[in-house]
Design a protein around this ligand. Structure first.
Ligand code: CDP
Ligand code: CDP
Length: 204
């Protein structure tokens, strides 16, 4: 059975956390598409050409130290380049079409990559809440970060992601928006599962 769940939203909204839990709940495969852009960015930071790096991306490139603020910033810069985005489309669409069902999270899944997705969620939260969550996460991983620095990073990326002309960050018209500012992880996951259950029910 093919069933695609598209989860988009701004930086550190909880997309990955919700996506993993949803994938486990329904037995679907999960792809964090931000990792593709982060992997291209990591190559650019050591001198590669962004378009060539995107075209040559392999599964091995998706491992490693990609969760740093420097890589995140560079990812949002390479993500503006239309040829970089084009080079990553086929892989994402093939993943979305997997027989056992798939969850993809990113910025343009419901709008560009999978406009026909059976369920679309836009997971968001206030910039302050998102920055605090990311700050705690990075600090917990031993990175030398400040609250103000992480907030600035998140706001700069959100602006760049929302304002670019190719595949900007925005909810699809048929996406269900989940604002997790005042939700625990469990509440956010339960809200997402409820939306997807309803969409699955529509199909039977
Ligand atoms: O994938 P995305 O960047 O949107 O966010 P994430 O990596 O899933 O979540 C960022 C951080 O916020 C993680 O440390 C989560 O545990 C935390 N989180 C939270 O505290 N409350 C939520 N409702 C969702 C995520
Ligand atoms: O986890 P977080 O939300 O902080 O970032 P991410 O999902 O790993 O994405 C890193 C960057 O990649 C974003 O700021 C976007 O510029 C870009 N991206 C994108 O343009 N399209 C996607 N589908 C996923 C990520």
């Amino acid at each position: 059975m093919r069933f695609t769940v598209a989860i988009d939203g701004p930086a550190a909204a909880g997309k990955g956390t919700v996506s993993k839990a949803v994938a486990a709940h329904f037995g679907f495969a999960h792809l964090d598409t931000g990792l593709l852009y982060r992997a291209v960015a990591a190559k650019v930071l050591v001198g590669a050409d962004p378009v060539a790096a995107a075209k040559a991306l392999t599964a091995e490139d998706l491992t490693g130290d990609l969760r740093t603020p420097a890589v995140a910033q560079e990812a949002s810069r390479v993500a503006v380049i239309p040829e970089v985005r084009t080079a990553l489309v086929d892989f994402q669409r093939a993943f979305a079409a997997r027989a056992g069902g798939a969850v993809l999270d990113g910025r343009d899944i419901g709008t560009v990559i999978c406009p026909e997705a059976e369920a679309k969620l836009f997971v968001t939260a206030s910039a302050e809440v998102r920055a605090e969550r990311r700050f705690l996460e990075l600090q917990g991983n031993g990175l030398d970060v400040t609250r103000a620095g992480v907030l600035a990073d998140v706001q700069e990326r959100d602006a760049r992601d929302s304002e670019r002309s190719t595949a900007p960050l925005k909810p699809a018209l048929d996406a269900v928006v989940i604002d997790t500012s005042d939700m625990s992880i469990d509440e956010a996951v339960a809200a997402a599962i409820a939306v997807i259950e309803e969409k699955r029910g529509d199909r039977t």
